[in-house]
Design a protein around this ligand. Structure first.
Ligand code: NAI
Ligand SMILES: NCC(=O)COP(=O)(O)O
Length: 332
């Protein structure tokens, strides 16, 4: 049988569990290229089913798995926690919930690393809660890099019109200039170029690099990172045969990328890339970790506490993340 894709349930107090149930009830998890499994918590998924007034029946399954029939549709679950589902409060994850959401990620990564699973698709976690549980990572991206033994990975958020790839990820804005280096920028460009060729089938990816400062530094008047760090990295990448241009002022670059001039924009920091991306693709973008030895995609959004438990969260990003994981796992 085809290896499964594993979906992690995410924060039990966020929208992750109900998104999985909603996608199941919408038929989104059926007739996929690969079988799907959820790593999570049966009690929490039962609670999520109640949001949609869906009946749940449990059926025996082998190999430590459990099969839930939710509204008549089948979901295979790897139970990793047994949280007191009915006393969890939406938007209030404690350290126990933090430990559980990290354990889902660890279990899925392990299944991918041992070759048992073809890839993983993650639902959102709360970074503060996993840290409260003593798991010192700012996000999936960094945790997975460490667990896979990879020094550098790249967070990419991808929509049909725009893809953004980040040189730096989860850190305070004031720390960005100090962390940026020519080596990090070059490594990011190389990982993106390699992943596009090998995993996304682009023969010659066309990459653009965003400047850090207004007007790309205005000849040094507003900062020198462009001349000192970004341009030398681009020159080195071009010497290696990569089609990469820039640094371009970022106020105009995303417009040109979104109209199709480039396959991806290399961005210096999180919000530089995610603001234009979410403006265009709030519902349906996918978060992908490039440079891992395993396939990992994710929804592009967070735990959405303001609507958790209402059943209104959109499943579009989850569906797109599953689709992209299927595509990437076929290219392994
Ligand atoms: N991959 C991950 O694990 C991610 C986790 N987070 C975590 O999520 C938590 C909340 O982050 P926020 O910045 O508030 O972002 P958020 O994405 O959770 O919410 C921002 C706004 O978008 C709406 N929204 C989010 N997803 C939606 C969906 N599927 N359908 C309809 N509306 C949706 C929310 O209701 C909210 O109004 C934080 O703890 C953060 O660390 C955030 C992003 C990614
Ligand atoms: N905003 C995107 C984001 O924070 C993704 O974080 P993660 O995938 O590393 O958990």
């Amino acid at each position: 049988m085809d290896k499964p894709l594993i979906m992690t349930m995410g924060d039990p107090t966020g929208v992750g569990p109900e998104l999985l149930v909603k996608a199941l009830l919408e038929g989104e998890l059926e007739n996929r290229a690969r079988p799907l499994q959820v790593v999570g918590d049966v009690g929490v998924l039962r609670r999520a089913a109640r949001v949609f007034a869906a009946e749940v029946r449990a059926e025996p399954e082998t190999g430590g798995l459990q099969r839930l029939l939710i509204g008549g549709r089948s979901l295979v679950v790897r139970p990793v926690s047994s949280l007191p589902a009915d006393s969890l409060v939406y938007g209030r994850p404690d350290a126990t919930a933090g430990r559980a959401m990290a354990a889902y990620v660890e279990a899925a990564a392990q299944a991918c690393l041992t070759g048992e699973a073809a890839g993983m698709v993650t639902c959102p976690i709360n970074k503060a809660a996993i840290n409260a549980a003593g798991i010192r990572f700012p996000g999936h991206t960094e945790l997975l890099a460490e667990r896979c033994g990879v020094e550098k990975v790249v967070m990419m958020l991808a929509g049909t019109r725009l893809r953004v790839c980040l040189v730096t990820t989860h850190l305070a804005y004031r720390d960005v200039p100090g962390v940026l280096s020519g080596a990090e920028i070059l490594a990011t460009i190389r990982i993106v170029d390699h992943a596009f060729r090998e995993q996304f089938g682009l023969k010659t990816p066309r990459l653009a690099v965003a400047a850090l400062n207004p007007h790309a530094g205005e000849e040094g008047l507003f900062g020198d990172e462009e001349e000192r760090l970004i341009l030398p990295a681009i020159v080195q990448a071009r010497d290696r045969g990569i089609d990469v241009r820039g640094p371009f002022p970022s106020d105009t670059l995303f417009h040109f990328a979104a109209r199709g001039d480039y396959d991806a924009v290399i961005c210096m920091y999180h919000d530089q890339g995610l603001i234009p991306l979410k403006l265009l693709h709030f519902d349906d973008a996918v978060n992908v970790t490039l440079g891992l030895p395993i396939v990992r995609t994710s929804v592009d959004h967070g735990t959405a506490y303001d609507i958790a438990g209402t059943g209104t969260a959109s499943t579009a990003s989850l569906a797109a993340a599953i689709g992209m994981a299927e595509q990437m796992s076929n290219n392994l």
